[in-house]
Design a protein. Structure first.
Length: 415
């Protein structure tokens, strides 16, 4: 999330705090610790009778946790993952306010906090990271942060954790950035949400990362102004006019933008579209067949009193996209980042935690919730607490969850 002034953020927070709903998830019974408080587990805890310790759940067990205190941080934000191609070990790459933490999640009985790469300049609520080959590229809203580059191969050789890491390179072709996208296997980074008065009006900076330790500017796209979040794909979808092209989908605060960015010297806007009750067009992800685009609007629950609303667009014709359906969740918790894997959509739903949606019937406008793990058991209020993001792409099936208030959760589908 990003707002133009601190005053606006404060206003929205006060407004949000005035709106809350009864719990949709059940409330746990008091535990047996002598203080009337249910157990707050840090290690493997199965989802039984609707709970994993204090955490309401359905179909997902807790593998383990690393707290913000463990990571020497005050708040969490974005998250991504990396699998070592030599050892097959799995690592959570955890964005926190003052840097990026690295956690080996391979051993389900003992998660290992390996250490942290400090922020390049100052602490910030916002940090985002993506992986190309064996390097992680990190941007932040911190002033003059640029893009840090860290060689993930170094995580194999941590003998005395936790370590205080240094970056291997830093790109300063922009200062702050809200988000970064990388197509798997493509040596190009797309940084978005930069300064609104920069060369690309806060739009997209193309950065060539073919030599990861020497990133080079490759132009940009500012025709549509400030871009909050973005997905870029090698297009294989149903529109024959654009197959084989690099297609960018931008969430531009008050609209979606579809652009062809194949030619970095001459990116072309294909189309833009709005939808009913726009509040803040935030983030979205393609279905695997690239026919549908699933979008979250971050402020519609606050501004219009909706339950969590997920919009699905038909992108069969990129020149003429249309709203296909709307899914409404069980609470008024605010939707944030969401990602697709197969027929599942993994949604970070702030105070309602992880919600797992079955999208196998999306063609027929059929979407339903099939599981959840609530990292914020206190309530499902319409406020900016709880789960920020999810990484669901480990071969093991583990999901890593980045929670603003509680740090890292590792969960997995129950047997």
């Amino acid at each position: 999330m990003k707002y133009t002034t601190g005053l606006l953020l404060l206003f929205l927070f006060i407004l949000a705090c005035s709106k809350s709903d009864p719990l949709v998830d059940p409330v746990p019974d008091p535990g047996e610790d002598g203080n009337g408080v249910a157990e707050d587990p840090l290690t493997f805890t199965p989802c039984e009778d609707g709970f994993a310790g204090t955490y309401p759940c359905n179909g997902y067990d807790l593998i383990g946790r690393i707290t913000l205190q463990d990571m020497g941080a005050i708040a969490g934000n974005d998250i991504w993952g990396w699998t070592d191609p030599l050892t097959a070990r799995e690592y959570a790459l955890v964005g926190v306010d003052n840097g990026t933490a690295f956690v080996d999640i391979t051993d389900e009985e003992q998660l290992v906090y390996l250490g942290k790469l400090p922020t390049a300049t100052e602490a910030s609520t916002w940090r985002d990271l993506k992986v190309y080959e064996n390097y992680v590229f990190i941007v932040s809203e911190a002033e003059n942060h640029g893009m840090q580059v860290f060689d993930l191969n170094r995580l194999r050789d941590v003998d005395n954790p936790p370590e205080n890491f240094a970056s291997d390179a830093r790109y300063t072709g922009f200062g702050n950035a809200h988000n970064i996208a990388i197509i798997p296997g493509n040596a190009m980074a797309y940084a978005v949400g930069t300064a609104r008065n920069d060369l690309y009006s806060g739009g997209v900076h193309f950065v060539n990362i073919s030599d990861p330790l020497n990133p080079v500017s490759a132009g940009g796209y500012g025709e549509q102004g400030y871009m909050h979040d973005v997905q870029v794909v090698n297009y294989t979808g149903p529109d024959p006019d654009y197959q084989g092209r690099e297609i960018l989908i931008g969430a531009n605060e008050d609209r979606l933008v579809i652009a062809d960015v194949t030619d970095k010297d001459s990116p072309v806007t294909i189309s833009t579209l709005g939808y009913p009750s726009i509040a803040y067009t935030h983030q979205g992800w393609f279905s695997e067949d690239q026919k549908f685009f699933i979008l979250g609007d971050e402020l519609d629950e606050i501004n219009f009193g909706f339950n969590s609303r997920t919009l699905v667009f038909d992108f069969s014709d990129l020149d003429q996209p249309s709203l296909h359906m709307t899914y409404t969740g069980p609470s008024t918790a605010i939707d944030h980042n969401g990602y697709v894997l197969g027929d599942l959509y993994f949604l970070a739903n702030y105070t309602a935690g992880l919600r797992v949606l079955d999208i196998s019937g999306i063609e027929n406008s059929e979407v339903s919730e099939v599981g959840f793990f609530d990292t914020y058991p206190a309530n499902n209020a319409t406020v900016f607490n709880g789960l920020w993001s999810i990484y669901p792409y480990f071969e093991s099936g583990k999901l890593v969850l980045g929670d603003i208030d509680s740090g890292l959760f590792v969960v997995q589908k129950s047997p």
